[in-house]
Design a protein around this ligand. Sequence first.
Ligand code: NDP
Ligand SMILES: O=C(O)C1=N[C@H](C(=O)O)C[C@H](O)C1
Length: 269
Amino acid sequence: MTDTPGIVITGGSGRMGQMLVKAVLASDKCHLAGVLERAGHDWIGQDIGTAMGGQPVGVAVTDDALEAFARAQAVIDFTAPAATLGFAALAAQARAVHVIGTTGLSDADIKAIDAAARHAVIVRAGNMSLGVNLLVKLTQKVAEALDPDFDIEIVEAHHNQKVDAPSGTALMLGEAAATGRGVTLSDVRDAGRDGMTGARKRGDIGFSAIRGGDIVGEHDVIFAAAGERIVLRHLATDRAIFARGALKAALWGQDKAPGAYDMMDVLGL
Ligand SMILES: NC(=O)C1=CN([C@@H]2O[C@H](COP(=O)(O)OP(=O)(O)OC[C@H]3O[C@@H](n4cnc5c(N)ncnc54)[C@H](OP(=O)(O)O)[C@@H]3O)[C@@H](O)[C@H]2O)C=CC1
Ligand SMILES: O=C(O)C1=N[C@H](C(=O)O)C[C@H](O)C1
């Protein structure tokens, strides 16, 4: 078992952290080399299997990232921007593949991550599922085919604990639509309408975010014109789709040269 790549999961108690631990334990292509949580977390020192309410698996949760990364070939990280920036520097130091699913990163955060990618493989995507990455491609194609008579609106829905908006996926879709149209997203982005907004500006790409209950993740790309509407939709009903993509990325990255990659590279799309 230990001749397979060792994977460390960060944020092991989180919604995605627990899903990723289960995915690694169920795989025969890799093994669980460590699980991280922040200093002071209740789970530190406990076996991750027991902490998650199951049988022990022989891996204790730790807050020592550098020590854990030094024993690993890959780090899968779905946490928060501040944590991810620290992990990127440490993973690069350990030359471990860093798979980043964290969303809500600023342009400056992404710059720092790209700097770390000079020393190690980093795969980052706002959505690791095959379905969404296909939707991104389709969105670009449809936007290429239609002129700005078609208003583009991106509507996303997530659970009530999500802290960032628009979602990372919505931004990927927005970037794809802008690329298809030959424009820069920051020039046409229209998010957070409220009050006397005035009429919609031709060529803008609009974003709306719904937050409620336990919605895993839903995304619509709407192309609306006079008399007709095209809607491209992805519905996630199980977080396992993100974990599956992240694991694929961690294994794919093992023989790659240092650099910044995304799921399009991993999936060959
Ligand atoms: N790219 C993709 O395919 C997907 C991306 N995501 C993204 O993944 C991220 C996590 O989502 P989710 O699992 O739902 O969130 P959770 O809040 O359930 O989990 C986040 C985890 O990260 C830990 N964490 C947060 N900040 C720090 C820190 N500074 N240092 C160490 N650990 C930290 C949390 O620990 P604590 O509880 O102690 O705060 C928690 O264990 C989000 O950005 C989300 O958008 C989610 C699904 C798919
Ligand atoms: O926070 C989430 O839950 C999700 N985040 C990602 C995003 O911001 O797009 C991916 C997925 O939709 C779930």
